[in-house]
Design a protein around this ligand. Sequence first.
Ligand SMILES: CC(C)(COP(=O)(O)OP(=O)(O)OC[C@H]1O[C@@H](n2cnc3c(N)ncnc32)[C@H](O)[C@@H]1OP(=O)(O)O)[C@@H](O)C(=O)NCCC(=O)NCCS
Length: 338
Amino acid sequence: MVTIERFDPLSATEAGFAAYHAVLAASRETDRPGEPVLPPGELAGRLARPLPGMGEAAQWVAYRGNELVAFAEVHFLEAENRGIGLVDVVVHPAARRSGIGTALLHAVLPELRARDRRSVEGWQVVAGSAGEPWAEALGFRPVRTIVRQALVVAEADRSRWDVTVPVGYRVVRWAGAAPDALLDSYARARAAIHDAPLGGSGFQWPAWTAERVRAAEAEARSQGLEQRIVAAVHQETGEVAGFTEVCVHPRRPDWGYQRDTAVLAGHRGHGLGRCVKAHMIRWLVAERPGLRRISTTTGAENAHMIRVNRELGLGSLPAVIAVQQDLDALLSRGTRRA
Ligand SMILES: CC(C)(COP(=O)(O)OP(=O)(O)OC[C@H]1O[C@@H](n2cnc3c(N)ncnc32)[C@H](O)[C@@H]1OP(=O)(O)O)[C@@H](O)C(=O)NCCC(=O)NCCS
């Protein structure tokens, strides 16, 4: 007998988090063997307060008898993306193929409808894993392949990070707030991320303005996130030509989350992307000796970024596939067994 209920991270017990984490760990071991899993101590905070840009979250869990065997997490994306409900359904490997994943998905649909999320996306389907045929069986279509790469600091050849600054540019870096003098041109450089391909996903990059840059900085600060930026400034104009961003979470100090990297169209082809990323790695590794990994994701079509990452020593991990389906189509399918 399977029962599904909401999981409230603000009132959950330690045993509840442990059971939730056990499903996550077992599933990751099956679908992403050898990759570090979110530490158990980090789970409660991450469920209650998703990383900036992910919007609010809600979770559901499925019990078989008294045993927590699966969970679903939904992120209600914001601003440009407020029509999207981002869903991740995870079933313990020992409880798969008995309809629990499908039942969990259907359990979250009323909340998606209540919040007017007409489009349902999943971004965590590991290529070649059970998630692919499952999503297909439910009518989702693949909309984007996302390449995952990670730098394992201890294994890296550090000479790869010795990249000279291209002539005509200088490197500026900051943690937290962008200098006022660079704010407007930094916001324009951030907007260059719009050229990064998104495939058929309905997701849209934020329309960056100076105001939104400051709001994003404030959100990162409020979570205690260390947000580092390395920018290449064009010496002739004094404008930011490109930048890269990495965040380190206070409860996961050994892990750097690579966020956006972008170079304005008129400044591409000079090696600025490689330059700012190499500088970022050197800066992080020098100031954070406990840092063990920097992880990044890139659209599979984005060959340049993937190559730059490889040249800097990042290794490849199995790709993930983003899938999409309209809410109405899912609602009309109804639940299967379970
Ligand atoms: C994907 C996942 C959630 C499926 O959970 P589940 O409870 O095993 O799925 P269901 O029993 O509801 O499967 C429904 C249908 O999907 C298809 N399916 C599911 N797993 C499959 C597999 N390994 N191979 C082929 N088809 C599969 C089948 O058509 C299945 O119906 P059937 O069993 O009657 O043939 C689970 O494998 C999982 O947790 N994977 C890791 C996380 C993930 O990829 N989540 C999806 C991202 S949103």
